[in-house]
Design a protein around this ligand. Structure first.
Ligand code: ADP
Ligand code: MN
Length: 145
């Protein structure tokens, strides 16, 4: 199974991936490492090429993870006011913050993910990292059985 962890930047994908008891591929690192994209001002990931090159059995995380072929997609969510704080602490520009907070308010990634595969949504706002990890493990166990 190919399992993805997606969500608006700041919702906790990388934190959760690191806390999971398995190796999770960072979509961006994988794309960079295999030159699957174009280096312009920023590195633009070629999602289609990533899809072709990723193993069939893997976990992958990133805000583009729902755009590749997945068997199951975990969508992490964060309440917009909390997300705004996190992105502002991260030093994002006002424009970037607004863009991402708006996307989160509109369920943008969730709806894109729903168009493509089976989705499991988790609002992590009031949860600890451990609680989110347990919930993901449980959801995936049920999906596999
Ligand atoms: P992303 O990879 O989605 O951009 P990060 O994992 O880099 O997000 O950042 C998420 C931030 O939110 C981290 O600073 C993390 O400590 C914090 N955070 C607080 N609560 C949670 C939670 N329940 N799950 C994940 N991250 C959380
Ligand atoms: Mn990340």
């Amino acid at each position: 199974m190919r399992i993805g962890i997606t969500g608006t930047p700041g919702t906790g994908k990388t934190t959760i991936a690191e806390a999971l008891d398995r190796s999770v591929i960072s979509l961006k690192d994988f794309a960079r490492g295999h030159s699957l994209g174009e280096e312009n001002d920023i590195f633009e990931v070629d999602v289609e090429k990533v899809d072709q090159n990723l193993p069939e059995d893997c976990w992958v995380e990133g805000h583009l993870a729902h755009k590749i072929n997945l068997d199951y997609c975990i969508v992490l969510r964060t309440r917009p006011d909390v997300l705004e704080e996190r992105l502002s602490e991260r030093g994002y520009s006002e424009e970037k913050i607004r863009e991402n907070v708006e996307a989160e308010k509109m369920d943008l990634i969730l709806s894109e993910a729903f168009e493509r595969t089976t989705v499991y949504e988790i609002d992590t706002t009031e949860k600890s990292v451990e609680e989110v990890v347990d919930e993901i493990n449980e959801a995936v166990k049920n999906k596999e059985s």
